[in-house]
Each structure stands twice: as structure tokens, then as C-alpha cells.
Design a protein around this ligand. Structure first.
Ligand SMILES: [Zn+2]
Length: 246
């Protein structure tokens, strides 16, 4: 595979049996038309009350298997998506806010992750990657992931995927879809919080940048741990932490 230097992975968050299926259908048609392979963050055992208010789809897992068979990447997005700890900005990336994983014992975190993986396994869905609800991790989260043989996280700072603690991170920098002139990152898309107008904007973004949209495998292939990569990671972390204060 040829190494690429500019690209954006489309990460769609909060995929569960209860969600905005109307916009998901529209997104699927859009991705199929332009042969885009997004990464979907599926919540294996959704208990988040906020999402339970959305329309429920029958045969949810059949739908997930269909996506995977099209070459879309299915990632594990937490276990229940219920926040029960507060990070006080002590989480690994310093985002702050509530968490499903941060602050829990290693044993608890191992169990959450392995119970989630068991659901995917029993449904015949292959999982290679993870991202935590609300971007909140501690070092035990990384240990628990490695013990469960999951070593890809779609989160973090920087302009290129990198490896730290034996985990490969694909950076996720912005809340909006932004195409940087270089680098390999992931976006985050929350269909549940989008209206028709937001979707039209998203559609325009995809049309404008379709040549630069990459798959998860492309992102893994672009991993870099050189000095330049470390420097840009350091700078992007400092800048984004300042920007978020406003
Ligand atoms: Zn989420």
C-alpha cells in the first residue's frame, strides 16, 4: 500500500440500535455513492438514556454485519455509554468531563471491555479498535485494552497516527469536520445531534474533500513516530488545550 500524507477518516459516533436512523440512511447512501469507508463507533450494550429516546431499529446486529461486509470499520465505542465518574481534567488527554472508564479499577475496565467484545463476537462482528465515550481514558484503560488485545484508539493529538504505550492512536482533533492541508486524522460525526441543515453541510464537506477521505486501514498504514510527528503532536495538544478554554 502506498503511504499517504493527507487524509481524513470519517468516524461516526454513538451507533446503537437507538439512533437517528433517518440521517444514518442518508449518510450510507452518500458513502456508497463516493465509495467512502467510514469507521463506526458501535456501543455494544447501550444503556445511555439520552439515546434510548431515538427510534429503535429491529435487526440492529444484522445491519452492523452488513456495514462490516462493505468494508466499513466497526470500532467499539465504550460498553454501555453511561458516565459514572468525573475526570476533573485528570483524564489522559485532559478533556475533562464525565467518563465511563476513567477512574475505574483495572479489573473493572478489563471486564467492561471484555464484556463488550463478547457481544461483538457472539454477533459475528470483528473489532480492531476502540474509542471511549467523551474521549476520557486513564492508563488503566490502555492496559485493559491491551489485555483484551485491542491496540488501536481513534483519539489523541497530533497530525499523524502514532504509537505510545504499545497502542496505535489515530488523532481526532476537532469537533467540526475540518480538512487540514496535511496529516492523517479522524473526524467525529454525531448524527444524533444533527438536523437536516447540518447534514447538508456535512454532505458538502464530503463532496469537496472526497478524494482525501481515507479508510481505517489507510490511517494505520500512515503511522509515523518520527521527530516531526512527535513535535506536531506536542504543538497540537498545547494549542487545542488553549483553544478549548474559550
Ligand atoms: Zn459517544
Amino acid at each position: 500500500m502506498e503511504k499517504i500524507n493527507t487524509g481524513l477518516l470519517i468516524r461516526i459516533d454513538d451507533i446503537s440500535s437507538h439512533m437517528n436512523w433517518k440521517l444514518m440512511k442518508k449518510s450510507e447512501a452518500l458513502f456508497d455513492e463516493y465509495n467512502i469507508k467510514p469507521l463506526l463507533g458501535v456501543i455494544p450494550n447501550n444503556k445511555d438514556r439520552e439515546f434510548l429516546s431515538y427510534e429503535e431499529k429491529d435487526n440492529f446486529w444484522q445491519q452492523v454485519r452488513n456495514w462490516q461486509s462493505k468494508g466499513w470499520e466497526i470500532a467499539m465505542h465504550g460498553f454501555t455509554h453511561v458516565y459514572d465518574t468525573e475526570t476533573n481534567k485528570k483524564d489522559f488527554f485532559g478533556y475533562g468531563g464525565k467518563s465511563e472508564f476513567f477512574g475505574h479499577s483495572l479489573e473493572d475496565q478489563i471486564n467492561k471491555i471484555s464484556n463488550g467484545l463478547k457481544i461483538f463476537q457472539s454477533e459475528g462482528v470483528k473489532i480492531r479498535s476502540f474509542f471511549a465515550p467523551n474521549h476520557t481514558y486513564d492508563l488503566n484503560t490502555f492496559k485493559a485494552l491491551k489485555i483484551n488485545k485491542l491496540n488501536n484508539i481513534i483519539d489523541g493529538y497530533g497530525f499523524f497516527p502514532y504509537t505510545e504505550y504499545d497502542i496505535q492512536f489515530v488523532p481526532q482533533l476537532f469537533y467540526k469536520e475540518i480538512m487540514l492541508p496535511f496529516g492523517i486524522q479522524s473526524t467525529q460525526v454525531h448524527l444524533n445531534y444533527m438536523n437536516e441543515n447540518n447534514f447538508i453541510k456535512f454532505q458538502k464537506f464530503i463532496l469537496k474533500n472526497k478524494k482525501k477521505i481515507i479508510s481505517f486501514d489507510d490511517a494505520l498504514n500512515a503511522s509515523s513516530n518520527g521527530v516531526f510527528s512527535k513535535l506536531t503532536r506536542f504543538i497540537s495538544e498545547k494549542v487545542l488545550k488553549v483553544v478549548r478554554k474559550f
